[in-house]
Design a protein around this ligand. Structure first.
Ligand code: MN
Length: 135
């Protein structure tokens, strides 16, 4: 058994996030072969870039109000207690609502190559606000 106290939070990299995002790795590289778990805190308006997970992902919304969207789907509001399952390979994003903080636990597996997510473009303000692209 090992108790890890007062672990340092790390800032979500700008390549992968818009706005202020802080990540606490609860289960990191080297803890288990495939399982990864993080607590992720988003400030209002902050969100991930578009991305997918080779082996899928489950989110548990711990507090606040958030938004999630799969490519081609509607922007969906989520709140504390909601569970969001994203199947392998499905492009999506997740983040806080425009005027609310949001924290979620993210759970996923890495694939045989050690890849847990494949990152794409940032979510534009137009996409974030749920408007269809012009034209
Ligand atoms: Mn995800």
């Amino acid at each position: 058994m090992e108790v890890r106290s007062r672990q340092q939070s790390s800032k979500g990299p700008t390549r992968m996030f818009t706005g202020d995002v802080w990540i606490d790795a609860l289960v990191g590289d080297g803890d288990y072969q495939r399982m990864r778990v993080s607590l992720v805190r988003f400030s209002p308006g902050a969100r991930t870039a578009w991305h997918s997970h080779p082996r899928g992902q489950t989110l548990y919304i711990v507090e606040g109000r958030g938004l999630v969207q799969s490519r081609g789907g509607q922007v969906v509001e989520v709140r504390a207690g909601d569970v969001v399952h994203t199947p392998p390979g499905e492009e999506h994003w997740h983040g806080a609502a425009p005027d609310r903080f949001m924290a979620h636990i993210a759970m996923w597996e890495v694939d045989d190559a050690g890849t847990g997510a494949i990152w794409g473009p940032h979510v534009t303000d137009v996409e974030y606000h749920g408007q269809a692209p012009a034209g």
